[in-house]
Design a protein around this ligand. Sequence first.
Ligand code: NAP
Ligand code: GCO
Length: 261
Amino acid sequence: MFSLEGKVALVTGAAYGIGFAIAEALAEAGAKIAFNCRGQAHLERALEDYKARGIEAKGYICDVTDEDAVARMVADIEKTLGAVDILVNNAGIIKRIPMHEMEASEFREVVDIDLVAPYIVSKAVLPSMMERRRGKIINICSMMSELGRETVSAYASAKGGLKMLTRNIASEYGQYNIQCNGIGPGYIATPQTAPLREPQPDGKRHPFDAFIVAKTPAERWGTPDDLKGPAVFLASEASDFVNGHILYVDGGILAYIGKQP
Ligand code: NAP
Ligand code: GCO
């Protein structure tokens, strides 16, 4: 029930980081992989990395906020690999700026990529899924779909909205045997969180690194590989009656009040 043989998966923003690991896992389960990113250099490096793992991924330069570019990408995937069976809305950015100092344009850019784009890409694949009466949409949410913290107002707003978009797609399209769920990673070691982990200029441990490890029952940062199993589960028929659920893969942070100092 966890096999993805014969399925076509589109993972957005899968040149590296969490998206790359998820695409790798879906490929290992048998899916044909399409992915996109914005940079030619990232694309070329990613194609090499996939090939080095025996994965013949099809890569696209496509900004997920560009509706026409997304439509062209999905049409080309359908022509070359087949209709998209599994969509992982992974592409995302964060801007860590105190809200009272953040430009509206910066706030909008985060919401455009992290919330509006999952709507755009989902809308592009839904008609075919509806016609075939089956499909899987997985939105990469965040702990910030549940919690806030300083400097991440735009990101938390977008990821909170993405949680509700996930539930609404589940509600509206469940009748077509389409399941839409979310994965909520905890703090994962990728380029996106590197600024929160890297040693200070004086060589000392980053205080946020110590903070997160203390807040996590697993007492460690997650890695992109920690998301592989949950992604295959939500992409496979094993989750056909799971719909509108956000699966938190966070080492227990959301369950934990924190260690007594
Ligand atoms: P990352 O290392 O910064 O990678 C982000 C990916 O998204 C890159 O491939 C990037 O490629 C792509 N991307 C960004 N904007 C794009 C756009 N407009 N169009 C197309 N591609 C775009 O981030 P990550 O840590 O792997 O995170 C991946 C997802 O997980 C994000 O949605 C993030 O919010 C979420 N998440 C991360 C963590 C964590 O702790 N790392 C935790 C919870 C949730 P290009 O720059 O080449 O376009
Ligand atoms: C931050 C981090 C988090 C993680 C992730 C947690 O600045 O707090 O970047 O937002 O990326 O979203 O689930």
